[in-house]
Design a protein around this ligand. Structure first.
Ligand code: SF4
Length: 540
């Protein structure tokens, strides 16, 4: 409902950050006293009405760079148990998301979060969302330098700052320096990625990326941003975006990506760089080619040695990001007991990593994880599965996603017990792309279709060939409206087709490009393969 309101008008009358006292007051006066325009501003504190709008809320909690202490994890787990029907999801921005909150409990929930230094401020709304980053920065051997301080500094600049609390639309940063570029700089409004220029270590910069219904990759700025320039550059880009009035005229085209790429209002990367440099008052150094791998962005799971001698990090595969509060308390306990720094990190593939585990404690940790049922050797169908919220709680959803995603990954594990080739399978319950189906090898987009007896049933468009990295592409539809109850079969058939075809390090995207849409549809449906009567799918 909030989207039908004139959000620009609402923001003119009240800054989103000013909703907090009202929000706390409604906890006293009750759900029925909340006016529609205030529901819209609740988002500035990560609070959304959840389906079916009967007084329950979804609450998102920000976790900058996914970095958490055992104390924070314990608080988060207890909140899920006490107020969220024992349910908590890890999101694709390394946040946590709850459901089933009621307004009367919000003051106590916020009090508990504040006690452990956490905030919901800016988790949704037209404001800077959680700053994402590599979950193993500062500890992996596979990076240029530690990017956590920059992610934290950008967070400190943007959170609770009235200079940036009324942006035209949602606004996202990614900061990472790992060689894998796991933090997806190309699908964020502002993406800083680590580079080496001569003997200097700093960042390359992409601007104007974003998914949703009209996805764009960020434009390469072609510059080298020194580490001590990051905050300055982040600030001027934010000022430019905030002050670009044309973006406030049409909410459907208010993201920064449209100002870079839209055929009508887009000014292009070169002109945008000029705006940045004008505001900075000097020219940025020329950049180096983006060192992203050809196929970027897989998760850093497994048990891996850290750059700190004798320490390891240990990944836990969390199917579709879903945990119970009790499981989070168990994770908190493991972090407390086995991590030297008592820290862990969430990943944007909705998994979790315990960091700083001394080698001498590894076996005991593995034993405890076995005891608790945590998976430190997750299958590829589990570790790279992503799922949005879906019809269970989301007002915009057309289909279920979490449970179907979890079911599909289990069925694929049974069908391919020895699978070794990577595959990213992402579910979104509608065209909004929150499950990032546009950058998945196999992306599922929720639809409805007529079943055998004319009854509407849940279905998915199957999109193929998406991915980030230097071979980046958005997925394209190969099969329309495939029935949901059998979707695991179609996905498995495509995966099998890929494994039978590929040699060496050929990716699923290579497989897609080597076939026509008709051929891929035939593979998915297990039909005879047609001859190639058209050019293979051009996803490059
Ligand atoms: Fe909701 Fe659609 Fe986003 Fe999924 S993709 S969370 S269904 S809006």
């Amino acid at each position: 409902m909030a989207d039908k309101l004139n959000i620009e008008e609402i923001k003119k009358n009240k800054d989103g950050l000013d909703i907090l006292p009202d929000l706390l007051r409604y906890a006293e006066t009750g759900f029925d006293t909340i006016p529609p325009e205030d529901f819209a501003l609740f988002r500035w504190y990560g609070l959304y009405q959840q389906r079916p709008n009967d007084g329950h809320f979804m609450q998102r909690i920000k976790v900058p760079n996914g970095h958490l202490t055992s104390e924070q994890l314990r608080t988060l787990g207890n909140i899920a148990i006490d107020f969220g029907r024992n349910l908590i999801d890890i999101t694709t921005r390394q946040d946590f998301q709850y459901h089933w909150f009621t307004i009367n409990n919000i003051p106590e929930i916020y009090r508990r979060l504040e006690e452990v230094g956490m905030t919901t401020c800016g988790a949704c709304g037209d404001i800077t969302r959680n700053v994402v980053g590599c979950p193993v920065t500062g500890i992996t051997k596979d990076e240029y330098f530690d990017s956590l301080p920059h992610a934290q500094a950008i967070t400190a600049l943007m959170v609770n700052n009235r200079e940036f609390s009324n942006m035209p639309r949602k606004y996202k940063f990614s900061v990472c320096s790992c060689h894998m570029q796991c933090a997806q700089p190309e699908i964020n409004e502002v993406g800083f990625y680590g580079v080496k220029k001569g003997d200097q270590l700093g960042y390359g910069l992409m601007v104007g990326g974003g998914l949703s219904t009209k996805p764009y990759f960020g434009a390469e700025m072609g510059v080298f941003v020194k580490q001590d320039e990051v905050i300055k550059v982040a600030r001027v880009i934010s000022e430019i975006y905030r002050d670009t009035e044309i973006l406030r005229k049409n909410r459907g085209q208010a993201r920064l990506k449209f100002y870079l790429h839209d055929p009508k209002i887009g000014i292009g990367g070169e002109a945008f760089l000029k705006l940045i440099e004008e505001k900075l008052g000097y020219k940025l150094e020329e950049g180096v080619p983006n060192p992203a791998p050809r196929d970027a962005e897989t998760d850093h799971l497994g048990i891996q040695p850290q750059k700190q001698e004798g320490l390891y990090y240990v990944g836990i595969g969390v199917r579709a990001g879903r945990l119970t509060g009790d499981q989070l308390l168990q994770i908190a306990e493991l972090v407390e007991e086995f991590s030297d720094t008592k820290t862990g990190r969430t990943t944007n593939k909705q998994n979790f990593i315990i960091t700083h585990v001394p080698e001498a404690k590894l076996e005991a940790l593995k034993q405890r994880m076995d005891e608790y049922g945590f998976d430190y050797k997750p299958s590829i169908f589990k570790r790279a599965l992503v799922s949005c919220t879906g019809i269970e709680f989301c007002n915009l959803a057309v289909t279920e996603t979490k449970e179907v995603g979890r079911r599909v990954s289990r069925e694929l594990e049974e069908r391919f017990p020895d699978a070794s080739r990577n595959i990213r399978i992402h579910f979104s319950g509608c065209p909004n792309n929150c499950g990032q189906n546009a950058i998945a090898d196999i992306g599922l987009r929720g639809m409805k279709t007529k079943g055998p007896e004319g009854v509407m049933i849940e279905a998915y468009d199957i999109l193929v060939g998406g991915g980030t990295g230097n071979d980046r592409a958005f997925s394209e539809v190969a099969v329309k409206k495939y029935p949901g109850h059998d979707i695991a079969t179609a996905i498995g058939n495509l995966y099998e087709g890929y494994c039978n075809w590929a040699t060496g390090d050929q990716t699923f995207r290579d497989y897609v490009r080597a076939h026509t849409k008709e051929q891929l549809e035939a593979v998915a449906k297990n039909l005879p393969m047609p001859e190639a009567v058209e050019q293979p799918v051009p996803t490059a």
